[in-house]
Design a protein around this ligand. Structure first.
Ligand SMILES: [Zn+2]
Length: 368
């Protein structure tokens, strides 16, 4: 029988630069492969990007914001570059992979049109809504299938700051995670019309996880000069939680009412005016939103790990569903699928992570 695939876990420690360097060195081949693959695909999908320099300079314009927002994460980025043998521009480009989605809408010249894309489903569960008084945050991460080759979990022990468990892709600072103070953050993409140069999302994730107080973590999301739109599911083990819809320049908070799920369209009336037209026009996001929130609301007071794992396996509106699959005949570069799924138990400070589709692969428990 074929062995279930698991996301590799690597341990990193030391100063910010040392952590980055180890990341770069250990994952050198994967980072180089990821860089070349993703560049070739963006070149095919983005007609406005004529050459490599244009694409790199689109990402490079964020650098001033990154240095100012977190000098230590900027050092870590330099460490990844030096360890992997690529230059800093290449690593900034990899870390901007979700910001590059903002260039895909057809009206901006993107070729990969809205009918082909779907996306992540995230959730945030308060202690009062769970069976055991625990807080949970989690999400499926949905991208073109080939991204799953670069899945990795970082176990980070920093010289200063909390310890971290971070899910990410080779060469990228972090896509979601939990820290030793019981703060966890997950996301789902929202494509805002006011995207601009600014702080890219992996910086916001890691800066948020460097905080020891939930209020400071909130500030790192809401008051950052962001590059792009996103929904952040943020919570701490003491029962404080927010679902935060942001565009580059604005934000709004959604009521959680015990437990709240989110997909890839703005819910807030205030924020809806920043939604990119015709993005995800096939309605899959609206189905996932309804299904996941129904599962949570019907189980308020009884939500546990099993229920959340089952939520991530849901196939309503297949294949554009929570556990997302390819249409027949699509290859790994065109198929939009679930590349990973994570659930954080904030009280226990653990991550449950599943490689690719939760309907076929198992969740593995990873401790800090
Ligand atoms: Zn599935």
């Amino acid at each position: 029988m074929e062995k279930m695939k698991e996301i590799p876990v690597i341990e990193l420690s030391g100063s910010s630069y040392e952590i980055g360097f180890q990341h770069g060195e250990i994952l050198r081949d994967k980072i180089q492969d990821f860089y070349h693959t993703v560049y070739d695909l963006h070149r095919q999908n983005l007609t406005i990007i004529a050459d490599k320099n244009a694409l790199l300079s689109f990402c490079r314009r964020n650098i001033g914001y990154l240095k100012k927002y977190s000098p230590s994460l900027y050092d870590e980025l330099q460490g990844i570059a030096d360890g992997s043998g690529l230059d800093l521009d290449a690593i900034v480009f990899l870390n901007s992979f979700l910001e590059l989605e903002d260039l895909r809408p057809p009206e901006l010249g993107g070729k990969l049109i809205s009918t082909k894309l779907w996306g992540c489903t995230s959730f945030n569960v308060l202690p009062s809504a769970s069976k055991n008084g625990k807080s949970y945050v989690g999400q499926t991460f949905d991208m073109e299938q080939y991204y799953s080759k670069y899945n990795v979990i970082l176990k980070i022990n920093q010289n200063s700051g909390p310890s971290l468990l971070v899910y990410t892709l080779a060469g990228v600072l972090g896509l979601n995670g939990i820290n030793s103070k019981g703060i966890a953050v997950a996301i789902n993409k929202l494509v805002a019309t006011d995207a601009r140069e600014g702080v890219i999302y992996p910086f916001i994730i890691r800066n948020t996880l460097n905080q020891v107080r939930i209020g400071d973590a909130f500030g790192d999301i809401v008051f950052a000069p962001r590059a792009t739109g996103m929904n952040y599911q943020l919570a701490s083990s003491d029962g404080v939680a927010w679902t935060i819809e942001v565009s580059a320049g604005y934000y709004d908070l959604l009521p959680i009412n015990g437990a709240m799920s989110h997909t890839n369209h703005y819910i807030s009336k205030l924020m809806r005016k920043y939604e990119t037209k015709n993005w995800l026009s096939h309605g899959g996001s609206y189905v996932r939103y309804q299904v996941s929130n129904r599962i949570l609301k019907e189980n308020i007071g009884n939500i546990n790990l099993d229920l959340l794992m089952n939520l991530t396996k849901d196939h309503t509106n297949y294949p554009r569903c929570i556990c997302a699959h390819a249409f027949e005949g699509q290859d790994e570069y065109n198929a939009f699928t679930t590349i990973s799924s994570v659930i954080f138990d904030l009280k226990e400070r653990v991550m449950y992570a599943c490689h690719e589709n939760p309907c076929t692969n198992k969740y593995i428990k990873i401790e800090m």
